[in-house]
Design a protein around this ligand. Structure first.
Ligand code: TYD
Length: 208
């Protein structure tokens, strides 16, 4: 958290098919009803240039070098922080962001095998050192995740079972290493049960 930060920055993370987007939307509704000014956003591709990068990252058919992939997600992040997140934080909004820095660590680091220390460093550059106040990691079994993703898979979702196992374990490792910021939510349960866990964590942070 930077010293001039007025708002709250909350990130939603987890493997493909973990159900975090549903929970993010429930959370937005919950906070808006309480009278907070909420901004919902995502990575990759929140708007403008980010949309173009998202298209390449999720749907480009040719070979993509792992380091190139890492830099493209980071490029999207740099633009997103500058254009969307930083200005919203300065005006005191609660920002709910679907994926952020931990996706790079889990997917490009643990998943693809890129150097994690280097990704952390590049994340700091891309984010201008702005850190989430809270990160929720939605953890779900392989079987449930696969069912939720379905058969229409994008480039990342098609990366294979072992890759997604490494991503899941990566997230759990990230949570272990950052116990204050990162909280694991059991996402195997029905939507309302998952949201009960989320609400508790959100209430804690807004009461602050
Ligand atoms: P998206 O359709 O937004 O999926 P989801 O609903 O699961 O978030 O696709 C984003 C994909 O990009 C997802 O497979 C995770 C991946 N990703 C990375 O590999 N690294 C990153 O830094 C980010 C932000 C996303």
């Amino acid at each position: 958290m930077t010293t001039n930060q007025k708002g709250l920055f909350i990130t939603f993370e987890g493997g493909d098919g973990c159900g975090k987007t549903t929970q993010l939307n429930l959370c937005a509704e919950y906070l808006q009803k309480k009278g907070f000014s909420v901004l919902v956003t995502r990575e990759p591709g929140s708007q403008g240039l980010g949309e173009k990068l998202r298209e390449v990252l999720l749907h480009y058919n040719g070979p993509v070098a792992p380091t190139c992939e890492a830099f493209l997600f980071l490029a999207d992040r740099a633009q997103h922080i500058n254009q969307i997140v930083k200005p919203a934080l300065e005006t005191g909004k609660i920002i709910l962001c679907d994926r952020h820095t931990d996706s790079s660590i889990a997917y490009q680091g643990y998943g693809r095998g890129e150097n994690i220390k280097q990704i952390e460093l590049l994340n700091n550059i891309a984010t201008q050192d702005i850190k989430p106040n809270l990160t929720l990691v939605f953890d779900v079994s392989e079987e449930i995740a696969q069912k939720r993703v379905g058969s229409q898979k994008d480039r990342m979702e098609s990366a294979g079972k072992d890759f997604h196992k490494r991503v899941r374990n990566g997230y759990l490792e990230i949570a272990k290493q950052n116990p204050t910021r990162v909280k694991v939510v059991d996402a195997n349960l029905p939507i309302e049960e998952v949201f009960k866990q989320v609400k508790k964590l959100i209430d804690n942070i807004i009461q602050g």
